[in-house]
Design a protein around this ligand. Sequence first.
Ligand code: AKG
Ligand code: FE2
Length: 382
Amino acid sequence: MSPALSYAAAETKKEKEEQKREINRRYQKGVKHLCENGITKVPTKYILPVSDRPTNVGDHQNADNHGLKLPVIDFALLMQASSRSHVLQSLTKACEEYGFFQLVNHGIERDVILDMIEASRSFFNLSFEERAKYMSADVRAPVRCGTSFNQNIDGVFCWRDFLKLNCHPLSDVLPFWPSSPLNLREAAVKYSEQVKFLYLMVMEAIVESLGLTKTASEISASGLREMVEDGSQLMVVNCYPACPEPDLTLGMPPHSDYGLLTLLLQDEQVKGLQIQHGGRWLTIDPIPNSFVVNVGDHLEIFSNGRYKSVLHRVVVNSVKSRISVASLHSRPLNSVIRPSPELINEANPRRYMDTDFATFLDYMNSCEHKRKNFLDSRKLNP
Ligand SMILES: O=C(O)CCC(=O)C(=O)O
Ligand SMILES: [Fe+2]
C-alpha cells in the first residue's frame, strides 16, 4: 500500500473507532435507564447478528433440555466422612463433563441469601442519579456500576446492568461500597463472608478430587491459608430488565469466568442461564436455595485441562426482570496460575502457560472479549 493510501486507511479506521466510542458513550447509562424511559423496541446497539441470537437454528432445541439435568452435589454429604468419597467422584464427573454443578444443602442461612437478593434489587431500583455515583470505567475500582459485558469496547451491547463489589481486603474496600440502599453493605458483607467460606470448602474438595496430595498441591499447600486471607473475591450483581424483543439480544454473551470457581445465586423465579454442553445450549432450571457452581479459567489451567471452564450465556425475556449474584474467587491478584506439577506427565504434557490476573485484565481491555479467547491465548500448542 502506498504511504498516502495507508494514511487514508488509518484515518478511516480512527474515525470508525471514534464513532464506535461515541455510540458506546450514548448507551453507557445502561439498560435499566433505557427501560425507565419507556422503550418498546430494542435499539440497534443491542441487536446481535442473526448467527449469535438466542433463537439461532440449532439453539431451538433449547426449549427442551432432552432430559439433561445439571449434576447436583449435596454439600452436607460432601462434609460427612462416610459419604465424602462417593460425592468426590460425582464432583469429578461434574467438573470434567459439564464444568458446572448445582450445590444444595450448602448450609448458608436463608436470611443471608434473601437479604442479599433484596439489597441487590433495591440497589437497581434506586434512581439513575444515585446509581451513577458508582459508575466507573476503572476495572480495578473497589466498586463499579456499569452495563453490557465490557462497555468500553463491546461492538454490540448486551441487556445487562451490573454492580461489581470487590471484596478483598474487606476493610479497605468497604468504605467505597454503596451507602444506599441502607441494608446493602451489611447484607453484602455477611453474604460475601459466608460464600467465601463455602468456596474454600468446595475448593478443598476439588483439590482432593483431582487426587492432589495436600502438601504437594500448590493451591492448598501455600495454600489454603493464603486463599482465606488473600484470595481475590469479586461479587457481581447482575440485573437483566425485561426486554421488549428478547430474541434479538442476550443478557450476557457466551463467556467463561476467569477465576478458580464462581458461586452463583440464580434468580429463583426467573430462568435465563444457559451453559454449552454437547454442542447445545442447556438451560439451567433454578433449584430453590442452591448455588450454581462453575469451573473458571484458572481452575482449567491449574487442573491442566482436566476440569473444564465452560461457555455460558444469559437469555432475557419480555415479562420479568431477573437478578443474579455471582461470586468469583481466585488466588491473590498478583499470584501466578499454572498447571499443577502433579498433573503434568508424559501422557499429559503441560497444556497452558503461566498467567495472572493482571494479564487477564490487560487482555480484557485490549480486545473485544469473545467466547473463550483469553483461555485460548494461554494454551500451549492450541
Ligand atoms: O446471571 C447469570 O445467571 C450468570 C451470570 C454470569 O455468568 C456471570 O456473572 O459471570
Ligand atoms: Fe459467567
